[in-house]
Structure formats: structure tokens, C-alpha cells
Design a protein around this ligand. Structure first.
Ligand code: FAD
Length: 284
């Protein structure tokens, strides 16, 4: 059992990991070994103390070196669900489960907001995980909304199971092309159905589908963990970065604006200290 599970390898998650490591906690850090696209994409960072006009690539490189020197490993997995097990939390990554006493959400914000019906039909035809749920759609018709070419291998996997795949690539330079994949150049607008998904309305029409896969890097915290309080797409936290759920903290862009490195790093540090206090209070 880990003391703290950190979800996200952007500045907020990394800052939390550095603090927790210094405080000798047993942590697991979920995210991307390439850290965060939002670090790498910055052309020049001019508003971070001590870093003068550093490029995002160099910033990311420095962080990777720092993590390595401190023996902090990144578990290169996407978290698909977080479950309250009463005394601790279960963190699901596709089919694997990890356990931790506390959780720090540092998952950033996805520029693409949830579409109408996405959360309502989650688990009833909407899925974020090709590996977990793909087999449910053998021989069926599905839509796949995909935000990056890095998920094309998952699209291919789904196309091997489903009879027909309508692919909505929300990125340029699509390289996947298979007989049963039809690329739709519309914008997904609304998921419809009664108890289960039956269709997808997009900017150029409507499709009858049995299921919809949303392949994107950040899943809304409200879809990851039941009962978390949100406001306008952000996790509600207090000054200690505590959420409304006992033992769950949040930091960085996912808690709201300003979307900036300094704010993310600061909150990551606060969340780490709060998690340590929480662990201490549990012992007593
Ligand atoms: P992010 O950096 O978004 O990191 C979140 C991480 O969580 C990602 O690695 C993501 O893959 C991971 N993740 C999400 N969901 C899951 C999951 N379910 N399982 C596992 N991992 C998950 N700010 C400045 O202050 N100065 C600048 O100059 C500046 N320039 C920018 C330039 C660009 C082009 C962009 C896009 C942003 C810029 N920003 C800048 C904003 C800054 O990048 C963000 O505020 C900052 O990265 C937020 O950090 P974060 O850790 O909260 O989230």
C-alpha cells in the first residue's frame, strides 16, 4: 500500500512528488514519462523565478534529470478510476489496481471539455479505456473520439473488435487507415440514448452507435472519482488543497485559474504537506 498516489506528471504532480519524497513518504506517481505536453509545448518561460527564458523542452529535461537523481519513478499509466475503499483508495489503471492511503489529483485540464451526455452515459456505453471495455463491443458499431495521434494504437485495437468504427480525430495528421474505420470530420456535440448510448450527434449529422470511446489525456476528475465537488469544470479545494473527499487533495490547473506553472508548483507542495498531515492524523 502506498502512502500517496499522485495523478499527473505536470508541474503540480512533480512538485508534490518532490516534497513527499523529501518527507520520506512511499509514493506512486502516475502519468506520462514525457511529463506534460503543456511543459514541452511552451516556447519560452519568462515568469518562473530563477529560470530565465527557458524553453519548455529544457524545463522538461531538467525535471526528468531531477526525478532520476532522486529515484522518483513515473508509472507510465493512465488512471481510469479512483475508488473509495473506506480506509484507503483503489486506483484503477485499465485492468490493474493500485492502493494508496491518500490521493493527490494533479491531472491538469483537458482543453476539450466533456460533451453533452458524456458523464451521464459513462459506464453505460461511454468508456475512456479501450483495453478495459473494448471486448464489450465485439461485432458492434462504435464511435471513437480521439484527441491525439498517440492513441491511434488504441483505435486500431478497437477496430479489430468492432464491426464498424466512426473515428473523430480532433488532431491533425491522422495516420490510421483501416477498412472498417470511417473518419468523420465533424465535431462531436451530444451523446444520446435512453438507459444506454444509442447515438452521437455531431456538427454534420447523427450516427447510430452502440458505444463511444473518448481517448484523451485528461479525464474530468468527476468521472474519475465519484462524489468529488466540482465548480465550472474545476475541483473545489480549500487553502490546504483539500477536496470535499477525506484523503483526496488536488493541485494545479485542475483546481482552477490562473493556469500557470508557479501556481501549479505551489499547490502541489501544499497538497503534499496536507497529505502528510492527513496520514499523521490517521495514525493517531
Ligand atoms: P499539466 O501540466 O496539464 O499536467 C497534467 C498531467 O497529468 C499530464 O501529464 C497528463 O498527461 C496527466 N494526466 C491527466 N489525467 C491523467 C490520468 N487520468 N492518469 C494519469 N495521468 C494523467 N504557464 C506559465 O506559468 N508560463 C508559461 O510560459 C506558460 N506557457 C505555456 C505554453 C503553452 C503552449 C501551454 C499549453 C501552457 C503554458 N503555461 C504556462 C501553462 C502551464 O503549462 C500550466 O499551467 C501547467 O502545466 C499546469 O500544470 P499541471 O501540473 O496542473 O497540469
Amino acid at each position: 500500500m502506498y502512502d500517496v498516489a499522485i495523478i499527473g506528471t505536470g508541474p503540480a504532480g512533480i512538485s508534490a512528488a518532490l516534497t513527499l519524497k523529501a518527507l520520506k513518504k512511499n509514493i506512486i506517481l502516475f502519468g506520462n514519462i514525457a511529463l506534460s505536453e503543456k511543459i514541452r509545448r511552451a516556447e519560452k518561460i519568462n515568469n518562473y523565478p530563477g529560470l530565465n527564458a527557458i524553453s519548455g523542452e529544457d524545463f522538461a529535461h531538467n525535471i526528468s534529470v531531477q526525478l532520476k537523481s532522486l529515484n522518483i519513478e513515473i508509472t507510465n499509466k493512465q488512471v481510469t478510476g479512483i475508488y473509495n475503499m473506506d480506509s484507503h483508495y483503489g486506483i484503477l489503471c485499465n485492468t490493474e489496481v493500485f492502493e494508496a492511503q491518500t490521493v493527490i489529483l494533479a491531472s491538469g485540464v483537458e482543453p476539450i471539455k466533456a460533451i453533452d451526455g458524456e458523464l451521464e452515459f459513462l459506464g453505460r456505453g461511454v468508456s475512456y479505456c479501450a483495453t478495459c471495455d473494448g471486448s464489450l463491443y465485439k461485432g458492434k458499431t462504435i464511435a471513437v473520439i480521439c484527441t491525439s495521434s498517440e492513441y491511434e494504437n488504441e483505435v486500431q485495437y478497437l477496430s479489430e473488435l468492432a464491426d464498424k468504427v466512426y473515428l473523430f480525430p480532433l488532431y491533425k495528421d491522422v495516420s490510421i487507415s483501416l477498412n472498417n474505420i470511417e473518419i468523420i470530420n465533424g465535431i462531436p456535440k451530444q451523446i444520446v440514448g435512453n438507459f444506454r448510448v444509442s447515438g452521437l450527434i455531431h456538427s454534420k449529422g447523427e450516427l447510430d452507435v452502440d458505444g463511444i470511446f473518448m481517448l484523451k489525456s485528461a479525464i474530468s476528475p468527476s468521472a474519475l472519482i465519484q462524489g468529488i465537488e466540482m465548480n465550472d469544470g474545476h475541483v473545489v479545494v480549500n487553502r490546504n488543497c483539500a477536496t470535499n473527499l477525506s484523503g483526496v487533495f488536488a493541485a494545479g490547473d485542475c483546481t482552477g485559474r490562473p493556469y500557470q506553472y508557479a501556481k501549479a508548483v505551489g499547490e502541489g507542495n501544499v497538497a503534499a504537506h496536507s497529505a502528510v498531515k492527513y496520514l499523521f492524523s490517521k495514525k493517531g
